[in-house]
Design a protein around this ligand. Structure first.
Ligand code: HEM
Length: 487
């Protein structure tokens, strides 16, 4: 970057002085969301660090992030060619690969359409408003039964271990038209041991930037490669089965709809075939991966927060009793009458900021931000954790207080406050599963809070320190739960 001539009128980026070969790796440390937030206080909302020999621009502050991702969206819409990304979905990931803008745009549109048709489109049956509601309602009931059974057999349970299977079943239902039991070893080995994935892909992993680290023995990296291999094999087998049983007149799920798209395209002489079949059907791999890890992390945190704040848990349960009752299950349409639950979820997203950085971005051309010059192909980290804990935006940012999102009458959400929370990115690369994510977390949580009471195992204190990664997890723990009485 230093060698690139800075155009007249623009300034060179501020930032800490790098050490030869390793750059600022030591200052970034093992909790980049905290260290880079502290650096933003010193250097401002746009600054540069160096990881190894590679410059990385770090963006903080809501206004600056909005300026970059929305107003200058095209300039910041790329993905960097990071070492670990080549292992995800065989290097053909929609979310992580360096696809050219045209290919990425076409795939993103296909993914959005597939999600709409098989998750959120209204009127799929008379009983449920959409397929997502049907899957979550059923899996929510199974989850309550499963937790009760485990409580009876063992006296405590690990929340992530069970929630992840229920959440994986929802996305498996939509993508592959199948579900798994809570003891299915093949699914468990994929979804329950995925911590290494997030640890390697999280922003600032030194091995992504410093080539010689890749040749040192590294248990996490080996586990990461193994998980990706197993993940790809799992999806490929299901895709192969779908090709064998494919029937154009009976499109069963997202995989079928993507296969159908490839078939249609072959018949259309005018179609633009720059996107390979593999890259089209491979979209399902991204949807499955993104669809279980994010939501199960959110729900597992939610249960831990319920236990850590028992008086809030009680108020949430009372809200459900009053507005839904105990004779029927909650529905997505109950959202507007459950403002405290809505506020709890917003505060959970803000306070935990369990996706502390977006997936790294990359500039697509020479550009500038706040008067600083940023060359083409610069890796850019977006610090969502900082946006959600900025003391200039939030009163007492480290306090967990769902009420901050309620209007004065406590009957509705303050939309202006709600929009300040940043967890799904924004602009061109914004998460395509946001509606699904928000609705799924709401409905699972409504079912759990209505039917169960969660509490600590006496003598075990909760450790809520997050473990850094693409998605930050709480430490594995044991909790207790009991069924709520109907009256
Ligand atoms: C991208 C958050 C659920 C699919 C992202 C990004 C974030 C995010 C922060 C990166 C944005 C950026 O790089 O600027 C979340 C959260 C979720 C969630 C917090 C749940 C609570 C889902 C679900 C799906 C999904 C359920 C699909 C079924 C994707 C995809 C991308 C993405 C495909 C890549 C988009 C692109 O690169 O163009 N998500 N996500 N996400 N998400 Fe989500």
């Amino acid at each position: 970057l230093l060698r690139t001539k800075i155009p007249e009128g623009l300034q060179q980026l501020p930032g800490p002085k790098p050490i030869p070969l390793i750059g600022n790796v030591l200052e970034v440390g093992s909790n980049p969301h905290l260290s880079l937030t502290a650096m933003s206080e010193r250097y401002g909302p746009v600054f540069q660090i160096q990881i190894g020999m590679r410059p990385v621009v770090v963006l903080s502050g809501s206004d600056t992030v909005r300026q970059a991702l929305i107003k200058q969206g095209e300039d910041f819409a790329g993905r960097p060619d990071l070492y670990s990304f080549q292992y995800i979905n065989d290097g053909k990931s929609l979310a992580f690969s360096t696809d050219q803008a045209g290919v990425w745009r076409a795939r993103r549109k296909l993914a959005l359409n597939a999600l709409r048709s098989f998750a959120t489109i209204e009127g799929s049956s008379s009983e449920y408003s959409c397929v997502l509601e049907e899957h979550v309602s059923k899996e929510g009931e199974y989850l309550v039964k499963q937790l009760s059974n485990v409580m009876e057999a063992s006296g405590s349970f690990d929340p992530f271990r069970h929630i992840v299977v229920s959440v994986a079943n929802v996305i498996c239902g939509m993508c592959f038209g199948r579900r798994y039991t809570h003891d299915d070893q093949e699914l468990l080995s994929l979804v329950n041991l995925s911590d290494e994935f997030g640890r390697v892909v999280g922003s600032g992993n030194p091995a992504d930037f410093i080539p010689f680290l890749r040749f040192l023995p590294n248990r996490t990296m080996r586990a990461f490669i193994d998980i990706n291999d197993r993940f790809n094999a799992f999806v490929q087998k299901i895709v192969k089965d779908h090709y064998t049983s494919f029937d154009k007149n009976n499109i069963r799920d997202i995989t079928d709809s993507l296969i159908d798209h490839c078939e249609d395209r072959k018949l259309d002489e005018n179609s633009n075939t720059q996107v390979s079949d593999e890259k089209i059907v491979g979209i399902v791999n991204d949807l499955f991966g993104a669809g279980f890890d994010t939501i199960s992390t959110a729900l597992s945190w939610a249960v831990v927060y319920l236990v850590a704040y028992p008086e809030i848990q009680e108020k949430l349960h009372q809200e459900l009793r009053e507005h839904v009752g105990m004779d029927r299950s909650p529905r997505l349409s109950d959202k507007s009458s459950l403002p405290l639950l809505d506020a709890f979820i917003l505060e959970l997203f803000r306070h935990s900021s369990f996706l502390p950085f977006t997936i790294p971005h990359c500039t697509t051309k020479n550009t500038s931000l706040n008067g600083f010059f940023i060359p083409k192909n610069t890796c850019v980290f977006i610090n969502q954790w900082q946006v959600n804990h900025d003391p200039t935006t939030w009163k007492d940012p480290s306090t967990f207080s769902p009420e901050r999102f309620l209007n004065a009458d406590s009957m509705s959400i303050n939309k202006m406050e709600a929009e300040k929370v940043m967890l799904f990115g924004m602009g061109k690369r914004r998460c395509i599963g946001e509606v699904i994510g928000r609705n799924e977390v709401f409905l699972f949580l409504a079912i759990l809070v209505q039917k169960m009471h969660f509490h600590e195992v006496p003598g075990n204190t909760l450790d809520m320190t997050p473990e850094y990664g693409l998605t930050m997890k709480h430490k594995r723990c044991q909790l207790r739960a009991s069924l709520r009485p109907r009256v």
